[in-house]
Design a binder for this molecule. Structure first.
Ligand code: HEM
Length: 421
């Protein structure tokens, strides 16, 4: 395994920085910052945006980093070739030790730079084009109907997160990759452990090791007998040709599963909770289903579940809003901060399905922008549209105040959502 490629230099963060205006010597605040309202960015992001747009924070690992909250800065940072996503860098701002160590070991391509990153991204891109994803609609609809049939037949109350949101996102990924669906529970556990800030490196490695074991078996099967699925395609086009090694293929499949599952599960569950809280919005969609695509993008913007997924290191001094992020320091582009910036979005707190020019960054920006975004939009449209159409009596089964949120996960979401109908 490679050693860190860059030295630590941020142990003197109060020193004046060169280039742009020196940063005020404010003590770093703790990060992550919790949301008050589940359907908005943490309130503190507003103050940071106006008073301290490039702010120093202390991460749960004890390391320090910078967070960026303005829309323009977030886009500038994420498209700047001088930032690195390489998790092996000493100051990479991972939010948990487990993530950092396991990431350095398994090298998921989301946490690598060009040219390595470009190679893996190109390998996957053909599978996620608008055209390929559009062709998946009937299969996604069939899966969603089947899952909803199952939930309704079992009778309420039910935990919406596991019975519907997670079942939909996992089934779609399994279908895409060609993984038997009986592994649903297993995937949930893998993502929960690998995405939690409290997991140790051993726990993350063990969870990923289990996942890789399963994938390795499937790869061996597809080598013998290819099918019409992503695993077969990658095996035939890239593994047997020697373009990638077995370990690289496992890591690429692993990150595709992990990146696509938790985010989509959270979006389906949180969007449903928001619509249950705001029946006038639910009614609006029920009466005019043509609003669904715009509604999905507005929900993506408002909820910004992947808020602190874009973790980077400045490879050189980088100026943003007149401040400097010094070379070799970790920096996090806060997507919820950008998506709730009033300079970019009129009344960002409003959920408006008629919003025009909704150029949100819920899927990130720049070279690492979400590769699965067309698929995610399709899943959300079908999952929410079907639910609204088929279950008009859907309502919360428990106490609204008892709904538990995932504050300590890489993706913001719901632990559980008891519903009935
Ligand atoms: C609503 C659901 C989703 C959200 C909010 C989301 C969000 C994101 C964000 C913010 C990034 C960029 C991370 C960065 O810049 O460091 C990303 C990257 C990625 N996403 Fe998604 N994602 C979603 C669904 C999916 C799905 C369904 C898949 C695949 C099946 C997927 C696969 C990936 C992959 C492989 C990357 C890494 C791309 C790269 O590094 O080039 N995502 N996602």
């Amino acid at each position: 395994m490679s050693t860190p490629v860059s030295p630590t230099t941020s142990d003197t963060p109060d020193e004046p920085v060169t280039g742009a205006a020196p940063h005020r010597a404010v003590p770093p605040r703790d990060f992550p910052i919790r949301r008050g309202c589940p359907f908005a960015a943490p309130e503190e992001y507003g103050a940071l945006r106006t008073e301290d747009p490039v702010a120093r924070v202390t991460l749960p690992t004890g390391r320090e980093a910078w967070v960026v909250t303005r829309y323009d800065d977030v886009r500038e940072l994420l498209s700047d070739p001088r930032v690195s996503a390489d998790i092996r860098r000493a100051n990479f701002p991972a939010l948990g030790e487990g993530e950092q160590e396991a990431g350095a070991r398994f090298r998921p391509f989301i946490r690598t730079d060009a040219p390595e990153h470009t190679r893996y991204r190109r390998m996957l891109l053909p599978v996620f084009t608008v055209r390929r994803v559009r062709a998946m609609r009937p299969a996604v609809q069939a899966r969603v109907d089947e899952i909803l049939d199952g939930m309704l037949a079992a009778g309420g109350p039910a935990d919406f997160v596991s019975a519907y949101a997670n079942a939909v996102s996992t089934s779609v990924i399994c279908e895409l990759l060609g993984i038997p669906r009986e592994n649903l529970e297993f995937f949930r556990d893998v993502t929960r452990i690998s995405g939690s800030r409290h997991s140790t490196a051993e726990q993350v490695s063990e969870a990923l090791g289990g996942l890789f074991g399963l994938l390795a078996e499937l790869i061996a099967e597809r080598r013998e007998e290819p099918r019409d699925d992503l695993i077969s395609k990658l095996v035939t086009d890239h593994l047997t040709t020697g373009n990638v090694t077995m370990d690289q293929l496992l890591s690429t499949l692993g990150i595709t599963i992990n990146a696509g599952r938790e985010t989509t599960t959270s979006m389906i569950a949180l969007s449903t909770l928001l619509l249950l809280d705001r029946p006038e919005l639910m009614e609006e969609l029920r009466h005019d289903t043509s609003l669904l695509p715009a509604a999905v993008d507005e929900l993506l913007r408002v909820l910004s579940v992947a808020d602190s997924i874009p973790l980077r290191v400045a490879a050189e001094d980088i100026e943003l809003s007149g401040r400097t992020v010094p070379a070799d320091d970790g920096v996090i582009a806060l997507l919820a901060g950008a998506n709730h910036d009033p300079e970019q979005f009129d009344h960002p707190e409003r959920v408006d399905f008629h919003r025009t020019d909704n150029h949100h960054v819920a899927f990130g920006y720049g070279v690492h922008q979400c590769i699965g975004q067309h698929l995610a939009r399709l899943e959300l449209e079908v999952a929410l549209g079907t639910l609204i159409r088929r279950v008009p009596t859907l309502r919360l089964a428990g106490d609204r105040d008892q709904v538990a949120y995932k504050h300590d996960s890489a993706t913001f979401g719901l632990e559980e959502l008891m519903v009935t109908w």
